[in-house]
Ligand binder design. Structure first.
Ligand SMILES: C[S@@+](CC[C@H](N)C(=O)[O-])C[C@H]1O[C@@H](n2cnc3c(N)ncnc32)[C@H](O)[C@@H]1O
Length: 263
């Protein structure tokens, strides 16, 4: 162990990426692909300080950097998202009822159970199509939470109503519009529709700006943006362990958008 590491192992860990600069490219030198073994699993970025304010969840800012997912849902479920962000948002909005029509492995449902919040939870896996109003109460919920498929990035069911099975981008956007309209119909005036979505690169269509499309659809349905987007750091993504020959700017986040229904 070096001197610094024995005095302060946390500070030593922060210095490590600067010491291991063998994969940094210098002008005129050929680039070398870093091998996974070269990578330090922990990297440090300095975050801006957040102003002190009256928020009931002071740690909730526009940068959701926590690597902890929380003990909710099933981390092995395709497209699973951590529950801690959902928990923080429900606590921030002091929601007492949540509409969760794409529950997947039940992450939002589990958060609500812990917080003693009423949750109407379903998924196409149980035969309930989130793009239709079905038998949920109308105009009653404080919050609708959705983490939809990113078009066909991952396929979830063999049901043709599955958003991830839509044959074209246009068909996806038509059904995505029905999904957002259904969520807007479920909440009361002043309620929030919260959408976790990310952009991605499709093998044929190229770069797909789903965050942009989400906002366009939501605004066209009369929803307003309530506050800042929350940029959620994608810790634990399977793609971050891969090595690619092609050159691109890796996307390391998705975006949580918070819309409000007018009074
Ligand atoms: C990204 S996953 C959600 C994962 C969830 N956030 C979790 O942590 O487990 C998207 C979900 O949408 C569901 N889904 C796709 N199309 C649907 C539809 N038309 N109606 C209801 N659920 C649908 C899929 O079955 C999948 O569970």
């Amino acid at each position: 162990m070096t001197g610094i590491a024995s005095i302060n192992p946390f500070y030593a860990a922060r210095l490590q990426p600067r010491l291991k600069r063998s994969h940094v490219d210098h002008v005129g030198e050929p680039a070398r692909m870093p091998r996974p073994a070269d990578r330090d699993p922990t990297r440090w970025a300095r975050l801006p300080a957040a102003p002190i304010n009256g928020s009931p969840v002071p740690g909730l800012t526009s940068l959701y950097h926590s690597a902890e997912a929380g003990d909710y849902g099933d981390r092995g479920y395709p497209g699973n998202c951590g529950g801690n962000l959902i928990r923080d948002l429900i606590r921030y909005f002091r929601a007492k009822s949540v509409f969760d029509p794409m529950t997947g492995s039940g992450t939002c449902r589990d958060v609500c159970r812990e917080l003693d919040v009423y949750c109407w939870s379903s998924d196409l896996h149980q035969g309930v199509d989130a793009c239709e109003p079905c038998d949920r109460p109308a105009g009653a919920f404080d919050v609708a939470w959705i983490h939809p498929p990113y078009w066909r990035m991952k396929l979830y069911t063999s049901d043709p109503r599955d958003l991830s099975r839509t044959p074209t981008m246009e068909a996806f956007l038509q059904r995505y519009r029905l999904l957002i309209a259904n969520c807007a119909g479920a909440i009361h005036p002043g309620g929030k529709v919260i959408v976790l979505m990310g952009d991605y690169s499709d093998r044929e269509a190229g770069y797909v700006p789903l965050v942009y499309h989400t906002k366009e659809l939501a605004f066209s349905l009369g929803l307003k943006q309530h506050c800042t987007d929350v940029i959620r750091f994608s810790h634990g993504n399977s793609s971050s362990k891969k090595v690619y020959r092609s050159s691109f700017i890796p996307g390391l986040h998705d975006v949580c958008m918070i819309f409000e229904k007018a009074d």
